[in-house]
Design a protein around this ligand. Structure first.
Ligand SMILES: [Zn+2]
Length: 91
């Protein structure tokens, strides 16, 4: 059986197959972006497509900690939109 890469969500701390999670990549100071291809170089952090996990990560600053750099406000907006559009696709 092929091993599916597992990653930890910074919101709920649960482990999930990498493809089910949203990747946020940091390329250095100020260079944080959503990585929808999951192939960007740099340090990555993972989050469920869930508003609950997004809120938790925001409150605990887990994304900043995981990426070891400050997050620009725009990133939260982009993550929020990605989570919402993922839910729309499921409906
Ligand atoms: Zn989660």
């Amino acid at each position: 059986m092929r091993q599916v890469p597992q990653r930890t969500c910074v919101g709920c701390r649960g482990t999930f197959p990498q493809k089910q999670l949203l990747r946020i990549a940091a390329k250095g100071p100020g260079g944080v972006s959503l990585d929808l291809t999951q192939k960007m170089p740099g340090r990555g952090a993972y989050l469920c497509y869930s508003e609950e996990c997004l809120e938790k990560a925001k409150k605990r600053q887990s994304l900043q900690r995981a990426l070891r750099c400050p997050l620009p406000e725009i990133i939260w907006i982009e993550i929020d939109q990605a989570v919402k559009s993922a839910h729309k696709r499921e409906e």
